[in-house]
Write a protein that binds this ligand. Structure first.
Ligand code: HSE
Length: 423
């Protein structure tokens, strides 16, 4: 028998209890043991919850309880969760967590501390999609060339609505919050941080590199405007918040940002609150994973799969997928400025002689070659126009310098906007 203590019994925790109780037959048959949720820890005992296990407000009731074998950390946050998981491991208890922020900052310390004690975290990335298992186990024979994903359901819901229904960003965000997709602080979603946390977890399994969120390129979707949506449609793109890891030589680029994705790509068709991830292995080629990346039941499904693994003793595979460091490859993070991609630039200008030539001069000076161009008169403002450019591949450093120079031109009315293109 495996006895589980749950710290944080919100939507996901309640679904875990339900799955363990209602699917007990199949779970016992698959794991060879009964998995029993014995105790939950919550902040507020008076809140109504649709579950039948005893609840406490004291974490010691789980952490110091000799009858509990596995601690399920579902409280979220970083520091308090780290203290709790650390204590659980020191007390010899296995841990299952859905906490991507915790792992984005502390996965290597936890791996070292755990040693042979299992830590499961399938639910931390893309909810119900078994992407950790796919990378750590199913694709373990491969060098991973690239991972490209939509890993934040809230952003995908917002962008899909903006593309299909001409709704403004702020209105769709409110709807996503009402539907319960967004994190407690939606900045984590729309600012790209939630997706970045997930990316770093996958990057450790794929490349064995230890990187913190502050070191990588993270941009959110807050600034996507109706002009951008219009350009995307006109030029055959969808706009997605992409989570990208790419190996080139001994460098790995890691980035999260909105991107223009050609409509024909599979990832461009992942709509609404769903997640989709493409992983390219050097031996298998491209593999694609699609499913619900958020929601109580889907996330709890991933949590319970970790509990079953622990019951089967198969969680003894190394937490981050490597038994010895990947020294031979010597992979390290590519500096943000060195990233190369294509760009779309939107510049609002006073419409007068010489504007276009000055802009193209600045782009040329920074080795930026224009691939397509569109000018739209501003319907609300006389003598104003919006200039939309897409570029051939160039360096992030060059584009940032060019944007700064464009922004300083006297006829440029607001700071130019840019979206990367992932063809
Ligand atoms: N807020 C997250 C999302 C939930 O929207 O995808 C799952 O991490």
């Amino acid at each position: 028998m495996i006895r589980v203590g749950i710290i944080g019994v919100g939507t996901v925790g309640s679904h875990v209890v339900k799955i363990l109780q209602e699917n007990e037959d199949i779970i016992t048959a698959r794991s060879g043991k009964r998995i029993i949720p014995v105790m939950g820890v919550v902040k507020n005992l008076s809140k109504k919850r649709d579950i039948t296990i005893p609840l406490s407000t004291n974490v010691d009731d789980v952490l110091d309880n000799p009858d509990i074998d596995v601690v399920l950390e579902l409280m979220g946050g970083v520091d308090e969760a780290y203290a709790i998981v650390t204590r659980a491991l020191k007390n010899g208890k296995a841990v299952v967590t859905a906490n991507k922020a915790l792992l984005a900052y502390h996965r290597y310390e936890l791996k070292d501390l755990a040693g042979n004690t299992p830590i499961g975290y399938e639910a931390s990335v893309a909810g119900g999609i078994p992407i950790i298992k796919a990378l750590r186990e199913g694709l373990s024979a491969n060098h991973i060339d690239a991972i490209k994903g939509i890993m934040n359901g809230t952003c995908n819901f917002i962008l899909t609505k903006m593309m299909n229904e001409k709704v403004a960003f702020i209105d769709v965000l409110k709807e996503a919050q009402a539907l319960g997709y967004a994190e407690a602080d939606p900045t984590f979603d729309v600012g790209g941080f939630d997706a970045a946390h997930k990316l770093l977890i996958l990057a450790s399994i794929a490349y064995g590199i230890d990187v913190k969120p502050e070191e990588i390129l993270i941009e959110g979707i807050e600034h996507i405007s109706s002009e951008d949506i219009c350009f995307a449609k006109e030029f055959g793109y969808n706009i997605k918040l992409l989570t990208i890891a790419k190996k080139s030589g001994d460098k790995v680029e890691l980035r999260v940002h909105p991107a223009l994705v050609p409509m024909g790509q599979m990832i461009a068709k992942v709509d609404g609150v769903m997640n989709g991830i493409s992983v390219i292995g050097d031996r298998v080629g491209e593999t694609m994973y699609y499913g619900p990346g958020a929601g109580g039941s889907a996330t709890a499904s991933a949590v319970v799969s970790d509990l079953i693994d622990i019951a089967r003793h198969t969680q003894n595979s190394p937490m981050l997928g490597f038994i010895t460091p990947l020294e031979k490859s010597g992979l390290s993070l590519m500096p943000k400025e060195e990233i190369c991609t294509q760009y779309y630039i939107r510049v609002s200008v006073t419409d007068k002689i010489g504007v276009l030539s000055q802009i193209s001069q600045i782009l040329g000076k920074h080795n930026i070659s224009i691939s397509s161009f569109l000018q739209k008169q501003d319907a609300l403002k006389a003598n104003s126009a919006v200039l939309l450019f897409s570029t051939h591949t160039c360096k992030e450093r060059e584009i940032q310098q060019a944007l700064a120079e464009l922004g300083a031109l006297e006829f440029v009315e607001v700071a130019p906007a840019m979206i990367r293109i992932e063809a």
